[in-house]
Design a protein around this ligand. Sequence first.
Ligand code: AMP
Length: 281
Amino acid sequence: MILVEEKNKTREIIKEWKSKGYSIGFIPTMGYLHRGHLSLMEKARRENDKLVVSIFVNPIQFGPNEDYDKYPRDMAGDIEMCKSVNVDLIFAPSVSDMYKTSNQVYVDVEKLGDVLCGAKREGHFRGVSTVVAKLFNIISPDKAYFGEKDYQQLVIIKKMVDDLDFDLEIIPCAIVREEDGLAISSRNSYLSREERKAALILAESLSRARQAMIGGERDVSIIKNIITNELSQEPLAVIDYVELVDAIELRPVARVSERILVAVAVFIGKTRLIDNFIFEA
Ligand code: AMP
């Protein structure tokens, strides 16, 4: 496994691999790797000759009052985790190398980027799509893997790839959860013991909604109420949003039909957590 910090050196290695005909799988991450990332890495390991993981806490996707400075970092732990699944190359650039040219060009996926988390975190998805576009240009992967944990991000990146004709395939990967149901996230490390318990309310409220939908409930306002009521039971939880949208265009729906994304964002103390599930009617 090689750890490379410079994008030019990474490009050279990729060029050599390409000349040998190797297929390249790629997983962009912000590090502090956990079992969620690991599941993407294992899948990508099986499907490609070479596996590249990037570790980069991307400043331009954080708002001014967000957690860029205190976002958890653990390069030594990340290296061990990458070794355990035989990653070939970790690309871990510095901010100054990534944004050497003081960016004036940004990728903005309209509409899809304006709803759900995009409506709450201004400029977030513009930062995400821009860095992912840059990473795709540096790594030139054949396949790139994204978790459904960040479902909106996945849809936005797919749209960027289609609209800008990137020559690669986006592979969605299922949400990995802790045994008690909490979706695994690097940000879970912010939670105190009490908050960690309270955080279960996200998965529990979604599970209630899913049960109602399996039972035949199709009225979106009733389903939203089920989730909101459940979340309100938890004193440490403050709702950021509860939304049901169609899973392709992310547009609001009044009734459940076809593929629906049920998504929540909730503050537990100061930590903002997200969770979702897809329902096929
Ligand atoms: P991050 O490091 O949080 O930017 O995540 C990097 C990638 O891992 C993104 O595609 C995430 O959606 C994915 N990911 C993070 N947590 C999970 C999880 N619990 N299950 C599945 N994928 C995840």
